[in-house]
Design a protein around this ligand. Sequence first.
Ligand code: NAP
Length: 514
Amino acid sequence: MPPSLLQLYFPESIFKSNVHVLPLLQENPEEGRASIYKSVIINTSKEMMCFSDFPIPDDFPNYMHHSKIMDYFRMYAKHFDLLKYIRFKTTVVSVTKRPDFSSTGQWDVVTESEGKQESAVFDGIMVCSGHHTNAHLPLDSFPGIEKFKGRYAHSRDYKNPQEFSGKRVIVIGIGNSGGDLAVELSHEADQVFLSTRRGAWVLNRIAEEGYPVDIVLSTRFKTFFKKMLTTSMVNQWAENRLNARFNHAHYGLRPQHRIMSQHPTINDDLPNRIISGKVLVKPNIREFTETGAIFEDGTKEENIDAVFFATGYSFSFPFLQDCVKVVENQISLYKFIFPPHLEKPTLAFIGLIQPLGAIMPLSELQSRLATQVFKGLIRLPTASDMMADITQKKDEMARRYVKSPRHTIQVDYIEYMDELACLAGVKPNLLSLFLMDPKLTKEVFFGPCTPYQYRLRGPGKWDGARKAILTQRERIIKPLKTRAVGDYTHHTSMPYLIKIVGIVALFAIIFAYF
Ligand code: NAP
């Protein structure tokens, strides 16, 4: 690989500090950079979100605080000796095709570091700048906001709840930010109102037997089984399960759409805060007044101190002038990676997807595919074939999801990984695997589809993959075992057989008597 392919640009040094602080967290969000709140804990579990040849340490919790994720990224960078390829505190100003692009596929890249601009030629570009940076703040949809005298901000500006102690706060939007903010604020605020224009089905992080929900749901067996059923049957099954935990209609959350038609909101605490009255679920806001808000059902809440718009994000790539067009979060990329109309396939978008599950392993597989394409080992289809694939995917997404700018880059975890893995030649072949290694096949098919499965064969095969798969359940349980519980043997006072005989005798007496 030419050395020019191996430069990574980061606007800030996130790797240099040895002090265990919250490294990505600035008190004030910076323009052009993603921002998170102090308490945020990821809602995908460690075995499903790790990079495929570097398991997350067994003592790390299954759902990690962002500081732990940062620790893991640091370990990864150190293990693969990546720091030497990273240019910190460097911003990419522009990426443009060179005049001879159609024959070389090369790019001119202008960067800026500490006020100084520099230009360099690159053979390939991976855009990994994410899609949760530009706040979507739809003030036009909220008449009266200009006269509202309280504070209002986007969820990306939220850091911690203390300053809202004793206040009355409205959170707008019921994505994962809206859910998290409403719950956390409700511990400090006098009252939180969670306003949603269409409601949501709310999933638990913790599923059967206390396993993470993605571990339980993301198996090849369940994916196979799901394909045997109609979408309506799958929806009904999932909605029944969620309603068995708490009835979404009683809690004011039930949407008009089916569960599979919306990006999942995951929040174990929300129903608890609702039933405790600390969070009150409200419909969309019709208009703001100077001191409060009037909702679409005509109800009014007064003395509102603050409003958080947890209304999501939009994405754009201003440094990439004419190469791609983004309209309302719609972009046309083959497999969500490659612009279809380039003369040479030397530009790839990594992580410009919203998976039902963890994003890291999917981005990793995208990168593995992109490097093969850059090196000419894999040829992309013709532009018209790529466009046909893109159109088909857009149509499927439009049929499945409710129309919203948050549903333009949705992918399913296993299906998308398998699709990329087929192209990259790394999809596990279950039949030949079964003939060689039935024990491993059982875990690959019935167990969680962890990223190691894509290191069992093909380019980038990793010798540790088998062991990582067979020990994944141990790594899930290990961080929970912080107290030895010993063996549990249930001693009944009466042997089972005697109980049965007793019950039969009791029935016989009752029948004889009556
Ligand atoms: P999001 O998923 O895009 O949700 C935005 C919410 O705002 C939706 O409920 C949306 O409603 C609503 N909304 C948008 N425009 C609106 C308008 N004009 N009027 C009323 N409501 C409006 O954004 P997010 O919650 O910030 O999440 C962004 C990403 O970060 C997601 O991938 C999420 O999973 C992730 N995240 C993860 C965690 C975690 O791991 N703990 C925490 C937070 C966020 P509609 O559905 O009707 O469009």
